[in-house]
Unconditional design. Structure first.
Ligand code: ATP
Length: 323
């Protein structure tokens, strides 16, 4: 390993900069040239990248987003696009590639590796936490903290006005953010894509836990089977005459912001470990974390399987609900 290229791809997530910093510094420690590629696979196709130094990653650990930029590249899904992308790696004598992103990013790297026999390591970078083979993805913890801060604020106004709030959080296919933030913010109900939402049951729950209380908070994952927060509000409204119902969509604030201590730590450890794995001639792996331990998983398995939230959280939220 003389030169390692790396990129961030798919949706950005807080902590990607910490991973980039760790990759660059670990490479330099082992006398390997770190080669950053801009804007994910699209930048690779367009030949945009550079050798990086300590100065490039100075003072970035605390920033959300990614200094390399990220993109979704339709061209990379074509054989012609990947051929051009590999030519760029080849011209720059790259010996290994680290990609930070989600399932799609891992799929792209796997195909590139199979076509060109280049070693690859994947780091899970997404706020959604829906990657198989790890307890935490880079960015998930920061997103949770952003959401609970917002819910605390919504709770203040909900309590002042005796309101019922449907708070929509990110999660098109996965309920990790909804489930974890519902528990951490003391929400009364949570609706996630992994379970079937029963509108009449929800109406009864709302009536029951709103009795004698100043506020009710329902966290809704955007991809719930009954729709987003506004859809759910519209469906329950005819059955909740006299109740003051509101909805709030938290949106893109969930992706940004200074990464939490946990995200900085896991991103730094994962980034450094990815370089070490390539040095040990390992390839086709993703890095994960379980408790305090770093783990690895076959990238093929990480793509095939889907990370699923622990539904015991749902039971606990039900158990704690005011009756
Ligand atoms: P997020 O969880 O934030 O959506 P992701 O990595 O899953 O992250 P995608 O947009 O699905 O995001 O994938 C990122 C990029 O990976 C795509 O824009 C594309 O360039 C590449 N990619 C995805 N699927 C494939 C595929 N089947 N073949 C080649 N490249 C792919």
């Amino acid at each position: 390993m003389k030169k390692i290229a790396f990129l961030t791809s798919g949706g950005d997530s807080p902590g990607m900069n910490a991973a980039i910093r760790a990759i660059v510094k670990t490479c330099l420690h082992y006398n390997i040239t770190p080669f950053g590629i801009y804007d994910g696979y699209q930048g690779m196709i367009e030949g945009r990248g550079k050798e990086m130094t300590y100065a490039d990653v100075d003072n970035i650990i605390q920033y959300g987003g990614t200094i390399l930029g990220t993109a979704r590249s339709a061209d990379f899904k074509t054989a012609e696009g990947r051929k051009r992308a590999y030519e760029f790696l080849n011209q720059n004598q790259v010996d290994g590639l680290i990609v930070v992103g989600g399932d799609g990013t891992f799929t792209g790297a796997t195909i590139l590796s199979q076509e060109n026999n280049i070693p690859i390591i994947g780091l899970p970078g997404t706020i959604d936490n829906d990657i198989y083979g790890t307890e935490y993805t880079i960015g998930f913890d920061t997103a949770l903290n952003t959401v609970i801060d917002a819910v605390d604020k919504i709770r203040d106004t909900a309590s002042s006005h005796h309101r019922i709030f449907f708070v929509e959080v990110m999660g098109r296919d996965a309920g990790f953010i909804a489930l974890h933030t519902a528990l951490a913010s003391g929400a009364d109900s949570v609706l996630i894509p992994e379970t079937i939402t029963d509108i009449p049951k929800l109406v009864e729950e709302i009536k029951s836990h709103n009795k004698g209380r100043r506020s009710t908070i329902i966290i809704v994952a955007e991809g719930d089977d009954e729709g987003n927060a506004l859809d759910i509000l519209t469906k329950v409204k005819p059955h909740l005459d006299g109740y003051d119902l509101r909805h709030s969509v938290l949106g893109h604030i969930q992706r940004g912001g200074s990464p939490s201590a946990l995200d900085r730590k896991i991103a730094t450890r994962m980034g450094s470990y990815a370089v070490e794995l390539l040095i040990q001639n390992k390839t086709g792996l993703t890095v994960g974390v379980r408790g305090e331990q770093l783990t690895t998983c076959q990238i093929s398995e990480a793509i095939k399987e889907h990370g699923a939230p622990d539904l015991a959280y749902l039971k606990l939220i039900e158990l704690l609900r005011t009756k």
